[in-house]
Design a protein around this ligand. Sequence first.
Ligand code: 6R9
Length: 658
Amino acid sequence: MNASEKIHNLAGYPPPHRLLHTAHVPGRAAYNALVAESEEDYAGYWARLAHVFVQWKTPFTRTLDSDNAPFYKWFEDGTLNVSWNCLDRQVNEGKGDKTAIVFEADDGTVTHTSYAQLLGMTCRMANALKALGVKKGDRVVIYMSMSVEGVVAMQACARIGAIHSVVFGGFSAHSLRDRIADTGAVLVVTADEQVRGGKTLPLKALVDEALSMGGCEAVRNVLVYRRTGGDIAWTARDRWMDEMASAQPDTCVPEWVGAEHPLFLLYTSGSTGKPKGVQHSSGGYLVQAAATMKWTFDIRDEDVFWCTADIGWITGHTYIAYGPLAVGATQVVFEGVPTYPDAGRFWKMIERHKVTVFYTAPTAIRSLIKAAEGDAQLHPARFDLRSLRILGSVGEPINPAAWEWYHAHVGGGRCPIVDTWWQTETGAQMITPLPGVTTLVPGSCTLPFPGIAAAIVDETGEDVPNGQSGLLVIKKPWPSMIRTIWGDDARYVASYYPPELRGYYLAGDGASRDKDTGNFTIGGRIDDVLNVSGHRMGTMEIESALVACTELVAEAAVVGRPDDTSGEAICAFVVLKGARPTGPAADKLAVQLRNWVGKEIGPIAKPRDIRFADNLPKTRSGKIMRRLLRSVAKGEAITQDVSTLENPAILAQLNETH
Ligand code: 6R9
């Protein structure tokens, strides 16, 4: 941050006058009243919101059950159906002809799907799933690119009480297999191929490969959406989605489920090797998805909302597949990438669809800033973005310079930016500005959503004073929280509720609060999880993938280093079984290992740098000293204490570029 920026930032950006009275949460006094209400009667506050935002088949009588903490239960004896709340309810309230989804394909083709049409498609797909024997509680893995059918598949599972687990289309066959095996899925929904950035990439072929690896014996059928019509292999278990669905009626009585019935599992990286299957509920999840959708984005009937995330991540679950539909909004769903056919695509789409609320990730903003600086034609100033009224950011800390650019050049200086902190585990936004309330400070996610007990504590759970850094915790359970890690209750408790933290939820981020305003600023992960372009990657996961290359690799250590565009870049230090390669041989091997990791986990996990060494810096007890590797990766001088280092000579070698 330069000096002038700092002066500018200190003043902050107060909410626009027009929103002070008209927003869903209109002004600071309204926010304070909500916070006070939640502090006076925590359960009563959330019970009220649960009635405002969700329609229940049978109402709940007990809001929060903490008897078996940290296995909290919300609204437990209430019953509902999430898909009914997202679709039938909107149609019943007169929104049948309203556009639910404006879909823009990679090649620019646009289709509009109304709420009534989306309901019909969902019912057909739900009936198709039932015809294939899928029952309440069964797991369905969805491995699809961005499409209306992807959203429909998720809604169809919700309709019949099946538990979906969406796997991002960029994950490898191997990662897909692990997730199918861990969930014990009975069916996989996929597409023949996916189209991104003008290229056609396989999906069905990777499902075939995953299923051939073993461990997925529970899978009876693969339901295939015909996206490209390209040539694919076909087996007895495969069914075309269009053929199955068109033979089905377009009505389907929803399965009324208890509020705690799992809606979905979503895998995310933790600090150990195996990704965690984060389990979410139906009732509590929907309450907070809808409440944040309304208040954080100030959504109204005439808005056109666009969240650029993929349905393979939590942001695409809560703010594409569920939240916008639960509040009856119109949203844009985009198949492609921000840089195709050029890096003006986002701005062009905002102009074309008159997007009013735009939600994206800092990494996308930073790469589009670079592109605009290189070519004036790609600058947002070239496009008519006057439809925008609110901007959002999610996935990683947004640096003040990127924030100011987003605010000035995309938002024309008039759109509040909601910098929303939350996680796969939190299910919905937790700390965020509200457009009609918050004085914005670039780089800060400001204050908790009303009813969220966020705080900063030390290792013993003691509050730290404002101005000091510590661990970000949530002191009270919240409706859309993780319920457990699928099949591993002990890991759930160990990961999020360490005994020394007095029953507080440990988020895994370091953070601090401003002395004067109490605003939160997130420092980043405190565990071995990297944030690469807004995606969570476990260093141990990448290390295991490298070491799995048994004929070449003896040992590997992975760390992150700061990167201007992607936030963090993955750096791998590798010890080979044979001699340490140098020069072109090292470059060639680095390419080979990068591709190997791409094949093992997926392209997003490919290390940016690979350095070869004869050994890794270790303590006398054999622990890899990652803090040293982090300095080496950054190109910093080593200032840490190296007295416990067993093999000091290794540092000189690591500092060579190879
Ligand atoms: C929603 C999502 C969660 C991790 C989280 C934190 C980082 C997310 C942020 C942010 C600073 C924000 N993170 N939002 N850091 N400011 N506004 O991204 O979920 O993929 O599980 O990642 O992302 O480190 O712990 P997920």
